[in-house]
Write a protein that binds this ligand. Structure first.
Ligand code: CTP
Ligand code: CA
Ligand code: CA
Length: 618
């Protein structure tokens, strides 16, 4: 029988959207869910029952070290040279922050455990924890964290229902699209929804009967609808709330699973899209998950300082603040789309949408093939002669060999196509040069083999007769792909010995950037799609493209992209270290969504007035 809804839901049920009680600036907080919506298979990012989670590990590098050392509760920081890069929660209680130097931190907490990240040292195959590592001779290794990250991602996939889409978002976080599994569970739990009742007035287009009242106990922190009221009256649940609560159960389970197996505690945000999931993941940290119901979106976003939103933290945010004399999201909601687009370009539609809690970015697992792997180092003392380069090449070769061999543990037939060496010579006119060579099929990719090939590239690259002041070196494998064994027996490859690099090794023109601050950083293996001549930075969403070329080969394209990527990474490191937030969001202000992915109405290709100028250097 068709159940007649109670009066509070009736307008939603019979008249479509209950606009009168909805915030005018916020759309679709309580969309009508019909049987047709429920049964639809492919509503994608516009599914009104969409549920997305973002799960982030608490004080990740610090947690890795705590577990490695078996000291779960002690205040601990992770050091990279003299800067703190991770502070665990017990240490945060003493007021220690990432921006501090280690001496100040020790003053605040004399019993603080200080761990320097592992480093590569020339002559060692693997990174280690040495006494007094020195940036003049060592190179930071984040391999252990990467390994742990891979394990964690695997557990998300294993611990969540099969139909969940999982996308790695950074070294310690992942997005999950739980729309499909929650839909399935919802239909199992409320089997009466599986069929349109005979007396349903509009057939498939009849709105669903009112949902049960959700009990949020044990499911996490529910963001209040009105933040000014501490004890809220229970507001009626929607079917989207039911979906959120099912997602929250799944997340609670998988987070406990990760804690039990690997020991890491995590914090999650669960909401209707990626942007909101990421934003509310830090609502209560650590060891918590926060649920942002649609009804709570306006109350959550409106009082927020808008510059806390990703990309609105930097130059663009400042510009918005001064243009309109605004500081909160609510202030900015007054600005019409036309007005914003006339001042900030057509593409500012994404700002307009994000301020209203709208984000249609997909959760999509990134391709794991056709990657590049990069090891790079900004040199503390410039290399001024050919002979001084070999030391660093060996250090970079060690990292690259280890990375490839580790990746082969999960994908055994992984082979790189090309080895690329790049150097930044501030004394040369073409300050960034690179050489590359096809990577031969050698049986074992050892440090020696990589270093020997890289040494040859180094001799081609470094001109002993020209002025040399090399301040940065990068060594990369590009086109790393799983080789199909069936195509050609691997044994025939093994018989091929290491050949000298091809004479085709070539130089690439890449963007020149200013020398940046010394740092080794998280350099993740990124995906570069096969055909693309651009890549999108996972940190800031900026798209970087190669100049068009009709003659570029596939290997050249990949090498050139890897180099641009490295430059761009350096740019982030420089920003973070100098704490300049003018050109890109500062790390604290990052929240999930890359604006380039936003669907844009009236999109134009080039906009001189465009938003791009707020994300360019200078
Ligand atoms: N990280 C880094 N440099 C940065 C930002 C992050 O080295 N500029 C490293 C940190 O050491 C950290 C990991 O990347 O452990 C994940 O970063 P993030 O999630 O931002 O911070 P956490 O340390 O995990 O702390 P939180 O609990 O606040 O997430
Ligand atoms: Ca984290
Ligand atoms: Ca993180």
């Amino acid at each position: 029988m068709f159940v007649k809804p109670p009066s509070h839901t009736r307008p939603t049920l019979w008249k479509g959207k209950e606009k009168a009680t909805e915030e005018p600036e916020f759309e679709d907080l309580n969309p009508t869910i019909t049987y047709r919506t429920l049964f639809a298979q492919n509503l994608g990012v516009r599914d009104p029952l969409r549920v997305i989670a973002l799960c982030d590990s608490d004080a990740f590098y610090a947690a890795c070290e705590m577990i490695r050392l078996g000291i779960p509760d002690k205040p601990l920081v992770v050091l990279q040279w003299s800067s703190l890069i991770a502070v665990n929660y017990p240490a945060r209680k003493f007021g220690i922050t990432r921006m501090m130097n280690v001496q100040d931190a020790l003053q605040l907490c004399p019993e603080l455990v200080v761990v320097h990240v592992a480093t590569y040292k020339e002559g060692e195959k693997e990174p280690g924890y040495w006494d007094n590592p020195d940036t003049k001779t060592h190179k930071v290794s984040l391999d252990m964290y990467r390994r742990e990250s891979v394990k964690m991602l695997q557990l998300y996939k294993e611990g969540l229902p099969e139909t969940t889409e999982v996308e790695k978002a950074s070294i310690d976080e992942a997005f999950m699209d739980l729309t499909r599994p929650t839909r399935q569970i919802l239909l199992e739990r409320y089997p009466y929804l599986a069929q349109v009742p005979d007396d349903a007035p509009l057939g498939l287009d009849t709105p669903l009967p009112p949902p049960p009242q959700v009990s949020w106990d044990g499911l996490g922190t529910v963001v209040p609808i009105d933040p000014s009221i501490t004890e809220e009256l229970e507001s009626p649940s929607t079917w989207h709330d039911v979906a959120l609560s099912i997602a929250a159960e799944c997340m609670e389970k998988v987070r406990q699973h990760i804690k039990a197996i690997l020991g890491y505690t995590t914090s999650a945000g669960i909401a209707r899209n990626k942007f909101l999931a990421k934003l509310c993941a830090s609502y209560r940290k650590p060891m918590n998950q926060s649920i942002l119901r649609n009804a709570a979106i306006p109350g959550y976003l409106k009082p927020m300082a808008f510059q806390k939103i990703r990309f609105l933290g930097g130059k663009l945010g400042k510009s918005l603040a001064s243009e309109y004399d605004v500081s909160t999201v609510a202030d900015l909601l007054r600005i019409s789309l036309d007005e914003m687009q006339s001042k900030f370009g057509e593409e500012s539609i994404w700002i307009y949408e994000v301020l209203r809690g709208i984000d249609h970015t997909e959760v999509k697992e990134k391709q794991t093939v056709n990657k590049s792997m990069l090891a790079s180092k900004n040199l503390p003392q410039p290399v001024t002669q050919l002979s001084e380069g070999y030391h660093w090449i060996r250090v970079l070769a060690a990292e690259l060999a280890l990375r490839l061999n580790e990746a082969r543990e999960t994908t055994p037939n992984l082979w790189p196509k090309t080895l690329v060496l790049s150097a930044r010579n501030v004394k040369a006119l073409d300050s960034r040069r690179s050489k590359q060579a096809p990577w031969p099929f050698v049986k074992e990719v050892t440090v020696d083999v990589v270093a020997a090939a890289a040494d040859k590239l180094w001799r081609e690259l470094a001109d002993p007769h020209a002025p040399m002041k090399i301040i940065g070196l990068g060594l990369a494998f590009t086109g790393v792909e799983g080789v199909e064994v069936g195509l050609k027996s691997i044994d025939t490859f093994f018989n091929t010995s290491l050949k000298p690099p091809s004479k085709r090794a070539l130089e690439e023109d890449v963007l020149n950037t200013e020398p940046e601050v010394e740092a080794a950083t998280e350099r993740t293996t990124r995906n570069i799609s096969k055909e693309s001549s651009s890549f999108v930075c996972s940190r800031c969403g900026q798209k970087l493209s190669l100049p068009p070329s009709a003659t570029r080969t596939e290997a050249e394209r990949q090498a050139a992209l890897a180099l641009i990527q490295m430059e761009h990474d350096d740019f982030h490191v420089a920003l973070e270290l100098s704490k300049v937030s003018d050109n890109a969001p500062s790390r604290q202000t990052m929240i999930g969504v890359a604006p380039k992915d936003k669907p844009r109405k009236k999109r134009r290709k080039e906009s001189p007035q465009g938003i791009a100028k707020f994300f360019t250097k200078g």
